[in-house]
Structures are given as C-alpha cells and as structure tokens.
Design a protein around this ligand. Sequence first.
Ligand SMILES: Cc1cc2nc3c(=O)[nH]c(=O)nc-3n(C[C@H](O)[C@H](O)[C@H](O)COP(=O)(O)OP(=O)(O)OC[C@H]3O[C@@H](n4cnc5c(N)ncnc54)[C@H](O)[C@@H]3O)c2cc1C
Length: 457
Amino acid sequence: MGESVEAVQQVDVVVVGLGVGGEEVGGRLAAAGLSVVGVEHNLVGGECPYWGCIPTKIMVRAGSALAEARRIPQLAGTSTVTPDWAPVAKRIRDEATDDWNDKVAVDRFTGKGGTFVRGRATIVGPGRVKVGEQVYAAGRGLVIATGTAAVIPPIDGLAGTPYWTNREAVEVTTLPASLLILGGGAIGCEFAQAFARFGVQVTIIEGSPRVLAAEEPESSAVAAEVLAADGVTVRLGVHAERVDHDGGFTVTLTDGSTVTGERLLIATGRSARLTDLGLETVGLDPQARFLGTDDRMRAADGIWAVGDVTGHGAFTHMAMYEADIAVRDILGQGGPGADYRALPRVTFLDPEIGAVGLTEKQARDAGLDVRVGHVPLSYTSRGFIHGPGNEGFIKVIADAGRGVLVGASTAGPSGGEMIGALAVAVHAEVPLSTLASQIWAYPTFHRGIGDALKALA
Ligand SMILES: Cc1cc2nc3c(=O)[nH]c(=O)nc-3n(C[C@H](O)[C@H](O)[C@H](O)COP(=O)(O)OP(=O)(O)OC[C@H]3O[C@@H](n4cnc5c(N)ncnc54)[C@H](O)[C@@H]3O)c2cc1C
C-alpha cells in the first residue's frame, strides 16, 4: 500500500457509511465490546432522518391534515383552510433534523463505544480502509453501508440546471408556484401530493403506463385517482427528452409536447454509492449496480454489506433487518439468515398504500397456483362510515398449492397499518384455513382482510 506503519491503526471492524444500516451495525458491535471505527463523510443517520423518511412523512402528515380539514363540509360543518408551509419547514428544520446537524447521532454512536471518523472512506485492500492519511486495518472485517443517491438521468440540457433532488425538496422553506416531477414512483408521488395540498401546481412525468409501476395495478389506480383529485397532472408513458432552464423549467417530452414549472424535482430512482469506494482492491466490481450478498450479508471474505447497497429494497426497515443479520454473523451468534419473502413496503399517500411479498403478476410468473381475493374499502362497514377519503382496497394473493398467502396489498386511510397483519401471514406462512377462522374486530378497516380472504376464488 505504501503507507507508513505509524499511520495504520488496528481495529476489529470498520464500518463505511453511518446511515441507517451502518450506524446500527457499528453501534451494536461497539456495544458488544469490539473496537469499531465508523466512517461518515456527511451526516450520521443517513438519508432517512435528514432527507428521506422522516422529513417527507412530516410533509405528508401536514398535507393530510389539510385534506382532512377540507373534508369537513361533507361531514361536520364548515371549514376554511389556509395552508402555510412555514410550520412544516420549521418542524423539519428544528424538530427532525436539528438544522441538518448530526451531533446527537454522533454522540449516540460514540456513547456505545464506537470511534467516529468524519471523512470519505476508500477501501485500499483486504481489511484496509483509508480516510485522509489514516489507514484502518480491520481484523474481523469491513461493513459497507454506503447507501444510495438520487439517479440523475442523462437528459439533454439537465446537467448544470438548478434541479432538485429529494434533498432540496425537503429543505425548501418557500414553495414554488409550480413543480415538475420526473418519476412517478413512491418518492415522486409522495412529494407530489404533499406539495399539491399546499397549492403547488404539480405535474408528474412518468415513463411507465402507470404510477407506482412496481406495485399492483389497483395500487396505481388508487394513487392516480387521489393525485388527480388533489389537482396533480400526471403524464404517463412519456419520457423527458430535453430540459431548458430560463428562470423556470421547460421539459420537452418524447411525444413532442412540453411542460413547464418553476422548479424541477428528479425522482427517477436511486443508485448505490459504490463507484469510488475502491471495491476493485478487494476483488469486487465497482461498476456493479448493487453488492451481491449471501444470506448472512457477506459480500466477500471479511466484507459484509447492508442496506440500500445490497439492492434488496431501499427501505429503512430493510437496512435495519440486514444490519441485524450482519451483527449476529460478525459476533458468531447464528440465528436466521436473510429471507425476503415478506418484505413490506408502504407508499405514504393519503390513502396509504401498503404491500407485502409478491404482486399477483409476480406470483403468476413464478408459476404458482394463484388465487386472488379483492375487496374495495368502500364496501366494508368502516369504509362506508369513513365516507370522504375512503378510497382503497384490500387484495390478497394466495398460493393455492401450499394453502398460504404469498402477497397482499392494502390501500386506505390506514393502508400502511393494515399491511402489518398480512405481513405476519406471509412471513409465518399462516395456513389459509387458520386465517379463515380468525375473528376480525368490527368495524375496523382491517376487518376487510376477512372479506378479501372470503373472496379468494
Ligand atoms: C425521499 C425519500 C423518502 C424515503 N422514505 C422512506 C420511508 O418512508 N420508509 C422507508 O423505509 N424508507 C424510506 N426511504 C429510504 C431510506 O431513506 C433508505 O432506505 C435508508 O436511508 C437506507 O439506509 P442505508 O444505511 O442503506 O443508506 P443511507 O441512509 O443512504 O446511508 C449511507 C451513508 O453512507 C455515507 N457514505 C457513502 N459513501 C461513503 C464513503 N465513501 N465514506 C464515508 N461515508 C460514506 C453517506 O454519506 C450516507 O450517510 C426514503 C428515501 C428517500 C430518498
């Protein structure tokens, strides 16, 4: 390596990236008594608390409060709603992110016994990580938890313009009059609805024929319906061909039409931060989309990877789940390996859209003997009682061959909560006959699960 002997510090484990997954692995290993160096070049805690889950859900919560107040005339009298972004921006800055300061998180990590190093880590050989001039030699292993960044598509004219990613969108203190969003996945849709409810004219541009294209068509239909009701324009099946910025943004689409907006938010997916990490020095491919891992989160001998970089689903709960497996493996504790059959995911629209396991199409493509049960939420007693804002459904996917559920989707005011019961069923492979005899409380939204199970053809 050419480094001087004095510059090498021996430790047990080096964790590269202290986002959700890295902080969990590093903190737990340090608390267990290992000498752990955790390296982070930005904010300890990662994307989720500063620019992801938490601030965006604060926005969603605020937008939902406005929407619920606007439903009062249909339910309970009159209401006058005057949106103001200032309390939202203040909550994000003061309560959620400490003005994007990670002191609390750094103290949390060092309080468990970890050694924190601020800087950009580069792997320089097996077990060796360099930060500035310092090299750390990890006796037990390296953990790679470098997460993902927003993909910036190579669209003509886009580079060099002041486009937003999720980071600028979360940090905004004054809302634009209009916003173009490239990408109609979960992130694009959540931002679209939240901003629209504060009066921003939002247009989503989505190349697929539907928003939330990775989920059930029924989920896409509900999302499209509620986005339209909130005044969001959704352009489907078209791509952005060219971006011009002259004060505002003009995007030329593949069908020749143009759309304009004061701001442009790029929400076209996430790519793993792997390219400049030095992976080639340990025999791994720096150009790979994700780091392949076995069921113990091992990417190579002495190297573990957790979180978004593994490509199993860019969710905080996935990073925590994989972190737990890596910690147990590094400590030699055994226990269950990674099993992704019952991965839950929630798009935090109003209504929330939950999903777990396989979609109907995935189950059919896997050659299973598929049965589907579906019930619109408005058909259930609770959906009827709820009235305005009751858009949604429950859909269950069964493998009749094995007599178990392999997937489900839920949409409704508690869609993200309802998926919990179905995630248990998919994860534990509860027999359909057992589910059929379950008592579901009346009149809850989740009682609709019983109706969907009855509807399994
Ligand atoms: C807008 C948005 C909304 C989201 N909402 C949700 C949600 O509601 N629910 C949910 O479950 N998930 C949500 N997510 C996803 C969630 O934020 C991620 O899945 C989670 O943060 C992944 O954790 P991680 O540890 O893998 O990576 P990250 O949190 O990205 O952390 C990786 C860290 O590594 C650091 N790093 C990278 N390279 C180096 C290097 N060479 N040296 C030192 N440090 C380095 C980075 O600075 C970063 O802090 C959302 C994401 C976005 C963008």
